[in-house]
Design a protein around this ligand. Structure first.
Ligand SMILES: [Zn+2]
Length: 106
């Protein structure tokens, strides 16, 4: 399982508005590919995406982070992108293998 390294992603719209996107609100889609029948394991492609509308100018902005886990427990790559007209402020969101045990919040 992959998880974000950041709690939030900060982006700037071309109108100058700065928006904070909580990474926990990103939608996750996964696709699994079996590597043959020889027990080569499963290749999992992750696509995290977050769509929102700039509150100032109404532009639709989409953040997408593509990542690949293969073999299980190894993150091959993490590729953040953002739609035209907006840019990441500072560090772009990235994902990595989540080694932290599930936390009991209360
Ligand atoms: Zn804007």
């Amino acid at each position: 399982m992959l998880a974000f390294n950041q709690k939030e992603a900060k982006v700037r719209c071309e109108c100058g508005e700065e928006i904070t996107a909580p990474t926990q609100d990103f939608e996750l889609e996964t696709e699994c590919y079996e590597h043959g029948s020889e027990g080569m394991g499963v290749d999992t492609v992750y696509t995290f995406s977050y769509e929102f509308t700039c509150p100032k100018c109404g532009r639709d902005i989409t953040i997408t982070v593509s990542a690949d886990e293969y073999p299980e427990g190894v993150c091959n790559y993490s590729d953040p992108s953002i739609s035209e007209g907006a840019e990441f402020i500072g560090e772009a969101p990235s994902v990595a293998v989540d080694h932290t045990p599930p936390e009991d919040e209360r």
